[in-house]
Design a protein around this ligand. Structure first.
Ligand code: HEC
Length: 281
């Protein structure tokens, strides 16, 4: 029995080797890896303009997208393979990929987060820089050029209703983040004045209120898609937290009675800071 299984495994390996050998293209598309050492948090930043040199040409791929949710139609682009770029980078940088995450940073501050393993899914990602439905000297439709350049992330065979894929445009940087760093998405640098507000928020609010979807879900999320300070008056946030039932009968939020006004102000400072650090995932 064991022998038979071993035999099949061996046959499978040969078959896979043969398949790989036959399918290696004669001129292999190459993305020049960047040897960016992970920073002290184990994170690698890929500044796309720096890495992807269109003129080099040899890694450019024609991408056929079955359904583009932005244009609501099939599309064709020129771009680079996301998987090739990331593999080349993490090999050169010796980045630890186990359970890692990718953050896509865009010009407009939209920063979706995805599990790195997703690049091995059935759908392939491409970093597109030209819409092939446009004339030769236009990369993007005129009205969208400002938003879409420099890069737009597309997926070739995505299903129309697949909500798990992000299509960020105005993409500038890709960050590889080791899993243990996930919580850092909600923590300001310790030298930032918002840091102490974070500590107060963590001790008193986060078990019920999430920030960037990290935290409890008993109460509403406070940063996505809108930060609470974008639609609630700051003094109102404080007085609500002090006495929810004076605003709403049956409020499920307990009154917060252990914090000074100063501590509440710090929480507001933190919430304000997070407004500019939205990471959707
Ligand atoms: C035990 C869970 C819990 C804790 C802890 C908690 N909240 Fe809440 N909070 C809720 C719930 C549940 C709601 C939803 C509204 C309701 O039930 O009134 C809410 C609503 C709010 C709202 C109103 C949001 C809106 O837009 O209507 C604010 C403001 C708020 N919380 C602030 C805070 C702050 C600040 C802290 C920490 C100092 C905190 N909450 C701690 C459970 C909690």
């Amino acid at each position: 029995m064991v022998k038979t299984v071993q035999f099949y495994i061996r046959m499978l390996c040969w078959a896979m080797l043969l398949f790989a050998a036959c399918h290696t293209p004669a001129t292999e598309n190459k993305i020049i890896p960047i040897n960016e050492k992970p920073n002290e948090n184990g994170e690698v930043n890929i500044v796309l303009e720096k890495v992807l040199n269109h003129q080099a040409g040899n890694a450019i791929t024609k991408v056929t997208v079955a359904y583009d949710p932005y244009f609501k139609t099939p599309k064709k682009y020129l771009g680079f393979s996301l998987r090739q770029l990331l593999e080349a980078t993490w090999k050169a940088s010796k980045f630890d990929t186990a359970n890692a995450m990718v953050i896509f940073e865009c010009k407009d501050g939209y920063n979706p987060v995805m599990d790195l393993s997703k690049i091995y899914g059935p759908v392939n990602g491409y970093i597109a820089f030209k819409d092939l439905d446009q004339p030769e000297d236009n990369d993007w439709p005129d009205s969208l050029s400002q938003h879409f350049s420099p890069y737009y992330l597309v997926w070739d065979q995505a299903q129309k209703d697949d909500q798990s894929l992000f299509w960020p445009y105005g993409l500038t940087t890709i960050r590889l983040i080791p899993k243990k760093e996930k919580d850092r998405l909600i923590v300001p640098d310790s030298s930032n004045p918002a840091y102490s507000g974070y500590l107060t928020f963590k001790d008193n609010c986060i078990k019920c209120h999430s920030i960037n979807k990290i935290g409890g879900s008993f109460g509403p999320e406070f940063n996505l898609p809108k930060n609470i300070t974008e639609y609630r008056d700051e003094q109102q946030i404080i007085s609500f937290a002090k006495a929810p039932s004076s605003y709403r009968y049956n409020s499920r939020m307990p009154a917060i009675t252990n914090l000074s006004d100063q501590e509440f102000e710090k929480i507001i400072l933190y919430l304000n800071y997070m407004k500019d650090h939205k990471y959707d995932h």
